[in-house]
Design a protein around this ligand. Sequence first.
Ligand SMILES: [Zn+2]
Length: 294
Amino acid sequence: MPARRDMLRLGLAAAAVGLALPVRARQAPPAPSGGFISRKLNAPVPGGVAVLSLGDAATAPEASYRDRRVLVVREAGRQWIAVVGIPLAVKPGPQGITLRDAAGARQLPFTVGAKDYVAQHITLKNPRQVNPNPDDMRRIEREMAEQSAAYRAYRAGVTPSNLLLDRPVKGGRLSSPFGLRRFFNGEERNPHSGLDFAVPAGTPIKAPAAGVVSLVGDYFFNGKTVFLDHGQGFVSMFCHMSAIDVKVGDTVPRGGVVGRVGATGRATGPHLHWNVSLNDARVDPAIFIGAFKP
Ligand SMILES: [Zn+2]
């Protein structure tokens, strides 16, 4: 049955791999020898970020990880650093980025540690949001392709305004952490790809860093959605919005309003869902706002 096959591909691939058997957190790997940003952002676990020092050459080295270009910035005007997003499905152990500079190409290894992600059970009144019908599936595939492209886009040479991000909404409890293994009406689906803030409908959503609006949509699962491209594959996505105040191509300053909190798409109530992506890997937004729990 094709629909079933699609469901497996869409819903279960990421959920089942590597996360089915939680492993106790091991000793955290040593922090890199870099500066403030490196120490704040380095959380090399599945769904985390590895910050790697790349030296102080005159021009930026080019880095890639799993066939995707990586964000490279100069930290405090000195060392180049690679800020690498680690997909949730990556298993703990040795990994590496590929560096290209005047001297040629070489591998730079790093180690991914383990992290526990707990399970969450959610009840949805609409069974189509658990097992979409064939028409829904066609729509979902189209929408996923569109959103995947927005995550893959890489604007080279654009230095993000800030890597330590502002909270996109004022106040609000962090209601669902990143990486939760989710069961909808008892059926396992994709793990939670972002961070939820419990705030009332209508709360303004502000750009956590400057960016260009790369995609706007109204999607089956995500509802009203905005993608904000901060540069070099560093992307924020906001969804379940009640209203969108921007359009594709708009430049939004840090703190600029992109829309309002809502409960559109697959949501049990009003909240902001915020994804952060680096090199096409969805990573824990809590890392960027100083709220990461190892
Ligand atoms: Zn969410």
